[in-house]
Design a protein around this ligand. Structure first.
Ligand code: ASP
Length: 590
C-alpha cells in the first residue's frame, strides 16, 4: 500500500494513529539529531519528523540522503507538533517516521517548486512537469476543470447536447490564418484545422439538433500575445429558432451561474452597449467598465480659438482623471506624454488641464485659451477641484484608440481596476462589414455567416457601396473587465443572402461554391433560423480568477514563437515522411 492518507489530510484527530504517506520531498531541515522534512502531494504538505534517538541509525542516515523532489513512502505515527504552523491545514501535527522507502530519486530541479518560484518563463516551460507541481499552477487547472464541469451542468440542464465535430476539416474563416495538415492519401491536398466549428454547428442546426454545445479546441495561426495561443478552447454553442435576445439571455444565464457556483458571486443584470457608443465613450469595442472616465468630445469648445493643432484635428477628445491634479508635476506629465508617444501608441502630444485644489487652473495650452474657456471644458467633463483633464486630438479612429490606452493606464494608476471586481456587459449591433482601405475589400466584422439586422436585409441585397459600410449585424460580444470573453451572431439561413455576402467579401461564385458549397447546399434543404455564440474558455478562466495570462490556465501552453518548449515542437521531419506526403521538393530535378 502506498498510502493510508494523502498529504493534506491529517489533523489533531489522527494523533496516535499509524499512517502511510507517499509524495515528493519539498525540503528538509537537519538540526543534528532530528530532521524535519516536508512531504508534498496534490492535496497538501505534511511535516515528517526523523528522530535519531527513537529510530534506528540506518533509517536516519537514509533520510539524510533525501534531496528535493525525491519520491518517497513513509510510515509513522501522527503526533502533535510542539511548534504549530497555523498557516498550514496540517500544521498541528507531524508524522514521526519509522519506515522510509525511496521510490525514486530526483535530480536537483532547475527552479524551486514553491508558490513563488524563482524559475523564469522559458525554464518553467521547458520543465513544465515541474512547474505543474506548483500549488498555484495546479489550482488554476483545478479551477478550469471545475468551470468545465459547471458549464456542462448548466448547458445540459438547458437542453443542449454536446456533439464532437471533426478536427481535420476545410478552412472555416474566422479572420486568422489556417494551420494545415497534408494528406498522405490525397496527394498534394491539405486539411485545415478548425479556427472554430462554425460551419459544422450550423449544419447541426439544419439537421435539427436545436441546441448544440461543445468544449472544443480551435486553432488559429496568428501572432501571439499574452492573451492568445495558437490552440485554445471555446465553449461553442448554437441554437435554432432564436433571436439575439434569446441567445443573450441564455449565455448571460450561463455566466451568472458560473460566477455563482464557482465564486459565490451574484452578478446583476448585464448592461448592453451599442458598438458605436463603446467606441465613442471608451475608444474600444471591449470597454473596461469597472471605472468611469468616459471620453468627452471637445470639438465644439476647443476648435476655432486659434490653437492650430486642435483647429486642424478631426477630433479633440479627453478624459478626466479624478484627483490626479496634485500628483502630476510637470516632470510626471512629461513622462506620461513620452509614454503616449512610444511607437506602440504613437500619440503626437498630450494636453492637460489641471483644476487645482486651491481653485486655480493650469494648462499646457493656457496661451491659447482663457481661464473661462478652460473652465467651460471642465464643466463639460464635470471636473471637480483636484481633477486633471488629459486631452488628445487627431484623426477620429486613431485618437480614440490612443485615448483608450491612456484611459486604461490612468485607471490602473488610480487603482480603479481591481481584478476581483467583475463588470460584464454585452456590446451589441456590430457593423456587418469592415472596409479595408489598403486592399480595397470588405471584411466580415464577425464572420461571413453573420446575418445583417432584419431591417438591413433589403439594403444589403440592393444597396450601393456606401450603404454596405453602414449595415449593422445581429452580432454581439460578451465583455468582462475589458476582456472579450465571447462573441456570436444570428446567422444567415438563406442561400441567396449568404451568396450575396460571399460576393461582397470578394469570393467569386466558383470560389464560394468550392469552399462553402456544402453549407449553401444545406440551406436549400430547410435551414431553420439559427444563431450562436462561443466563449473563449481559457480567457474566461483567467478573468474569473482575476489573472491576466491565459498560459497559466493551459496545462501545456506554447511560447511567444508558438513553440512547445517541453516537447520541442514544431520540429523537422524525415525526408521519407516528406516524400510520403508529397512535400519533398527535389532540388536536383528543378
Ligand atoms: N465561431 C465564432 C467564433 O469563433 C463564434 C460564433 O459566432 O458563434 O468567434
Amino acid at each position: 500500500m502506498y498510502r493510508t492518507h494523502n498529504c493534506g489530510e491529517l489533523r489533531m484527530e489522527h494523533v496516535g494513529q499509524e499512517v502511510t504517506l507517499s509524495g515528493w520531498v519539498q525540503g528538509s531541515r537537519d538540526i543534528g539529531f532530528m530532521m524535519y522534512t516536508d512531504l508534498r502531494d496534490r492535496y497538501g504538505l505534511t511535516q515528517l519528523l526523523f528522530n535519531e534517538e527513537i529510530t534506528d541509525k540506518d533509517l536516519f542516515e537514509k533520510a539524510r540522503t533525501l534531496g528535493r523532489e525525491y519520491v518517497i513512502r513513509v510510515t509513522g505515527k501522527v503526533i502533535e507538533r510542539i511548534s504549530k504552523n497555523p498557516n498550514l491545514p496540517t500544521g498541528n501535527i507531524e508524522v514521526e517516521v519509522s519506515e522510509l522507502e525511496i521510490l525514486n530519486a530526483s535530480k536537483v530541479p532547475p527552479f524551486t517548486i514553491t508558490d513563488e518560484t524563482d524559475g523564469g518563463d522559458d525554464l518553467r516551460m521547458k520543465y513544465r512537469y515541474l512547474d505543474l507541481r506548483r500549488k498555484t499552477v495546479q489550482q488554476n487547472l483545478f479551477f478550469r476543470s471545475r468551470l468545465a464541469v459547471e458549464t456542462r451542468n448548466y448547458l445540459s440542464q438547458e437542453g443542449f447536447v454536446e456533439v464532437e465535430t471533426p478536427v481535420l476539416i476545410k478552412s472555416t474563416p474566422e479572420g486568422a490564418r489556417d494551420f494545415v495538415v497534408p494528406s498522405r492519401m490525397n496527394k498534394g491536398q491539405f486539411y485545415a484545422l478548425p479556427q472554430s466549428p462554425q460551419t459544422f454547428k450550423q449544419i447541426l442546426m439544419v439537421a435539427g439538433f436545436d441546441k448544440y454545445f461543445q468544449i472544443v479546441k480551435c486553432f488559429r495561426d496568428e501572432d501571439l500575445r499574452a492573451d492568445r495561443q495558437p490552440e485554445f478552447t471555446q465553449i461553442d454553442c448554437e441554437m435554432s429558432f432564436v433571436t439575439q435576445e434569446d441567445i443573450l439571455n441564455t449565455f448571460e444565464g450561463l455566466t451568472k451561474y458560473l460566477f455563482k457556483t464557482v465564486k459565490d458571486i451574484d452578478l446583476p443584470e448585464f448592461p448592453r452597449m451599442f458598438y458605436d457608443d463603446a467606441l465613442r465613450l471608451y475608444g474600444s469595442d471591449k470597454p473596461d467598465t469597472r471605472f468611469g472616465m468616459q471620453f468627452v468630445e471637445l470639438n465644439d469648445l476647443a476648435k476655432g480659438k486659434g490653437f492650430p493643432v486642435f483647429d486642424n484635428a478631426e477630433l479633440v477628445v479627453g478624459i478626466c482623471a479624478e484627483g490626479a491634479a496634485g500628483n502630476y508635476s510637470n516632470k510626471d506629465i512629461k513622462k506620461l506624454t513620452e509614454w503616449m508617444q512610444r511607437p506602440q501608441i504613437d500619440a503626437k502630444g498630450l494636453v492637460y488641464v489641471k483644476f487645482n485644489e486651491d481653485g486655480s487652473v493650469k494648462s499646457s495650452v493656457g496661451k491659447f485659451y482663457s481661464e473661462e474657456d478652460l473652465r467651460a471644458w471642465g464643466e463639460k467633463f464635470d471636473a471637480k477641484p483636484g481633477d486633471m483633464l488629459l486631452i488628445l486630438c487627431g484623426e477620429t479612429e486613431k485618437t480614440r484608440k490612443q485615448l483608450n490606452e491612456l484611459r486604461l493606464e490612468m485607471g490602473s494608476r488610480l487603482g480603479l481596476r481591481d481584478p476581483q471586481t467583475f463588470k460584464p456587459l454585452w456590446v451589441v449591433d456590430f457593423p456587418l462589414l469592415e472596409w479595408d482601405e489598403e486592399t480595397e475589400r470588405f471584411h466580415a466584422m464577425h464572420h461571413p455567416f453573420t446575418s445583417p439586422k432584419k431591417h438591413d436585409v433589403e439594403r444589403m441585397l440592393n444597396g450601393d457601396h456606401e450603404t454596405m459600410k453602414a449595415l449593422r449585424a445581429d452580432a454581439y460580444d460578451l465583455v468582462i473587465n475589458g476582456v472579450e470573453i465571447g462573441g456570436g451572431s444570428i446567422r444567415i439561413h438563406d442561400r441567396e443572402l449568404q451568396s450575396k455576402n460571399f460576393k461582397l467579401l470578394g469570393f467569386t461564385p466558383e470560389e464560394a461554391e468550392a469552399q462553402f458549397g456544402f453549407l449553401l447546399g444545406a440551406f436549400e434543404y430547410g435551414a431553420p433560423p439559427h444563431g450562436g455564440i462561443a466563449f473563449g474558455f481559457d480567457r474566461l478562466c483567467t478573468v474569473m480568477s482575476g489573472q491576466s495570462s491565459i498560459r497559466d490556465f493551459i496545462a501545456f501552453p506554447k511560447n511567444n514563437q508558438g513553440r512547445d518548449m517541453m516537447i520541442d515542437a514544431p520540429s523537422d521531419i524525415h525526408d521519407e515522411q516528406l516524400e510520403e506526403l508529397s512535400l519533398l521538393v527535389n532540388i536536383k530535378e528543378e
